[in-house]
Design a protein around this ligand. Structure first.
Ligand SMILES: Nc1ncnc2c1ncn2[C@@H]1O[C@H](COP(=O)(O)OP(=O)(O)OP(=O)(O)O)[C@@H](O)[C@H]1O
Ligand SMILES: N[C@@H](CCO)C(=O)O
Length: 314
């Protein structure tokens, strides 16, 4: 029996819509992500679901993205002459759905990593990642790797999508704390994408290029002040802010408390704030708990970048 954990991720990081994402883990050592267990059975395929958010999964098993991950893996393995073993997958659905923390990505990544390991790794990392992107695309309506890539490989990933690489790891600021606040309400990624403009002004395009280019440069030259200043979003935040409760007010309060940057995690409604040290991170966490959570499903975690990505649990 094999158990694979896939961590939460924060896509976009304000400055890199669909092109940047970070895997994150709480500093208290708790697991913020889904787990998929795989085991041999005498014949056929079985899927079981467990975990706190199991009740939010689609009722029809075929609509569960883990089922679809199994179907896609089987199809691709058969295409290259391989044979899928009889197996049972058990999804522990720990991540809230529609949270902006890469919930579907956690399920997809944990399932495909488990299936690949169980079959003695017939697919390379990039082949597996390509399948992950395809599955993520079925959910959100278009293929984007900014949750699945960091969730699978860990760290902060930049989607280069060239020369045989879907992504490459960006050097980042290990000293930074990420305060992630999920308010407890749901925002559908597909809907949050549908409200974005089809076209942007020339000024927005220029600003976006300057922000992203300067941010990547700052990461490589370890200029934390410049990197934080460049974490500005002209692509999604102006249009999605209305989907989040009191976004502008909470963002300003975070700035006043010492946050280096604050933005929407993925397509929301989770907000992320970057803190330079644990004292500021703790203040932000307390504020967000009191002012951003909407119900008792919400939570706040102080995290760091998770450099390991998907991994086997002992
Ligand atoms: N195992 C699964 N985990 C999460 N969502 C699933 C799963 N299987 C199917 N779904 C469906 O996929 C959709 C997920 O929606 P959405 O992309 O908005 O959530 P998300 O992955 O949590 O988003 P985000 O990347 O912003 O965290 C829902 O309609 C949900 O029912
Ligand atoms: N880049 C994607 C991430 C979705 O989690 C978006 O913002 O729509």
């Amino acid at each position: 029996m094999l158990r694979i954990y896939a961590p939460a991720s924060s896509a976009n990081i304000s400055v890199g819509f669909d092109t940047l994402g970070a895997a994150v883990s709480p500093i208290d050592g708790s697991l913020l992500g889904d787990v998929v267990q795989i085991e041999a059975i005498p014949s056929g395929f079985e899927l079981e679901n467990a975990g706190y958010f199991v009740r939010k999964l689609p009722k029809e098993p075929q609509k569960n993205i883990v089922y679809q991950a199994y179907a896609l893996f089987s199809e691709r393995l058969q295409l290259r002459g391989g044979k899928v073993k009889p197996l049972r997958l058990t999804l522990e659905k720990n991540m809230p759905i529609g949270s902006g923390l890469g919930s579907s990505a956690c399920s997809i990544v944990a399932a495909l990593v488990a299936l690949n390991k169980f079959h003695d790794e017939p697919f390379s990392k990039m082949e597996l990642l390509e399948m992950m992107g395809e599955l993520e695309g079925r959910i959100s309506g278009s293929i984007h790797y900014d949750n699945v890539a960091p969730c699978y490989l860990g760290g902060v990933q930049l989607m280069v999508q060239s020369l045989g690489n879907i992504c490459q790891t960006l050097p980042f600021f290990d000293e930074w704390y990420w305060v992630l606040a999920y308010p407890g309400i749901e925002v559908s990624t597909a809907e949050a994408r549908a409200i974005l403009p089809k076209q942007y002004t020339r000024q927005d395009v220029i600003d976006h290029g300057r922000h992203l280019g300067s941010f990547v440069h700052a990461c490589h030259t370890h200029q934390d002040v410049l990197a934080a200043l460049m974490m500005k979003d002209v692509i999604a935040e102006p249009y999605r802010a209305a989907l989040l409760p009191n976004f502008a007010e909470v963002k300003q309060a975070n700035r006043d408390l010492g946050a280096l940057a604050t933005g929407i995690s993925g397509s929301g409604p989770t907000m992320f704030s970057i803190a330079p040290d644990l004292t500021v991170a703790t203040k932000l966490a307390t504020y967000l708990e009191q002012h951003y959570l909407q119900n008792n499903e919400g939570f706040v975690h102080i995290c760091k970048v998770d450099n390991q990505g998907a991994r086997e649990l002992g």
